[in-house]
Design a protein around this ligand. Structure first.
Ligand code: PHE
Length: 339
């Protein structure tokens, strides 16, 4: 028994010294110390050792086990360390390699313009709302005083989904949604995409507007003009000039079209403003009392104004974009120039 233990000690020592990988080292551990390992079997057989030798053999067997465990864990640490160093060598980063650079993204010019306008509106106390892009005929036309066969429908060539459902042709349905759901007084603004069956270099079937609506007691044209002037000043600076032309919308009475100093020539006159020094700012007017009544607001108590700028044209002019389609194509060559 004694010789057997000494044999194991010698054999294990030699094997552990020669091993070069962690996996093989573990095999050696199993071979000697595993459940059916050589040393484990001897330790299990202690009960068969004659009583007078048991103490001596037992001590020896435990010493052998301790030695084996010590060598194994020493070797394990050594191999692990070597592996770590080898891995580090392999994964070394070459810091002299020139970087590919980080390409910065940027907001789309329409988004930038929209954000600027929305920030301004929020500062002025408006609540931003969103309403559906697919509308019923009622919200897009009838509730805005544009009954079937009304000639005003011709101005807005529509894309119908079914006979009574269409892609909204303007953001004005937001007015109806607001009047039906909110209790006056309120101020809302609704930015969004609108759709018309139009397609040339300055018209796209998809374009962008926003709708602003203010409803309160004793609201008149002067309130509208004061707010529009303030918006123009904040957007274009305090020297901005404005002029007003009469217009027509079935849902506002009176309706007006507002022009502001041309932002390309700053009033001097250019081809874009056809020498007038003014360009279109937006259309709007005093909410037609019939609209208020249709949506359940008492028109003897409340009044209001609404306006609805298109934003694509302004973005095109200020960025000198010749064709509206560029705004929707997601062409990186174009977008990079717009950063
Ligand atoms: N919805 C109208 C258009 O698309 C603009 C408008 C909005 C007019 C609000 C009056 C009031 O032309």
């Amino acid at each position: 028994m004694k010789e057997k233990l000494e044999g194991i000690l010698k054999k294990a020592k030699a094997e552990i010294e020669n091993i070069q990988t962690l996996a093989l080292l573990d095999e050696v551990r199993v071979k000697f110390l595993g459940k059916t390992g050589e040393l484990t079997q001897i330790l299990r057989g202690m009960k068969d050792v004659p009583a007078e030798q048991r103490r001596e053999i037992g001590t020896l067997a435990n010493q052998v086990r301790e030695s084996l465990e010590g060598w194994l864990s020493e070797k394990w640490a050594m191999l692990e360390n070597a592996k770590l160093l080898a891995d580090m060598e392999k994964e070394k980063v070459d810091i002299t390699e020139p970087s590919r650079g980080v390409k910065r993204g940027a907001l789309h010019p329409l988004t930038r313009f929209n954000n600027k306008f929305m920030e301004l509106c929020v500062e002025m106390g408006f609540t931003v709302i969103q309403t559906p892009e697919i509308e019923t005929d009622y919200y897009n036309f009838e509730a805005l005083n544009v009954p079937k066969n009304h000639p005003a429908r011709d101005m807005q060539d529509s894309l119908y989904v079914t006979d009574t459902i269409l892609m909204r042709t303007h953001t004005s349905p937001a007015q109806v949604h607001a009047m039906e759901t909110l209790k006056p007084p309120f101020k809302i603004v609704c930015p969004g995409r609108v759709y018309r069956n139009d397609n040339d270099s300055s018209h796209s079937p998809i374009f962008n507007q926003f709708e602003a609506l203010v409803i309160d007691e004793n609201i008149g044209l002067k309130d509208f003009m004061i707010m529009v002037k303030e918006m123009a000043v904040r957007l274009y600076g305090k020297d901005v000039k404005m002029r007003v032309r009469p217009s027509y919308f079935p849902f506002t009475e009176p309706s007006i079209e507002i022009d502001a100093t041309c932002q390309i020539c700053h009033g001097k006159g250019c081809t874009l403003c056809k020498g007038t020094g003014f360009s279109e700012f937006f259309g709007g007017g005093i909410v037609n009392p019939a609209i208020l009544e249709m949506s359940g607001i008492d028109s003897t108590k409340y009044s209001g104004f609404a306006f609805g700028p298109g934003i694509d044209r302004s973005v095109m002019v200020t960025n000198k974009i010749p064709n509206i389609k560029y705004l929707f194509r997601n062409d990186l060559r174009f977008l990079k120039q717009m950063r």
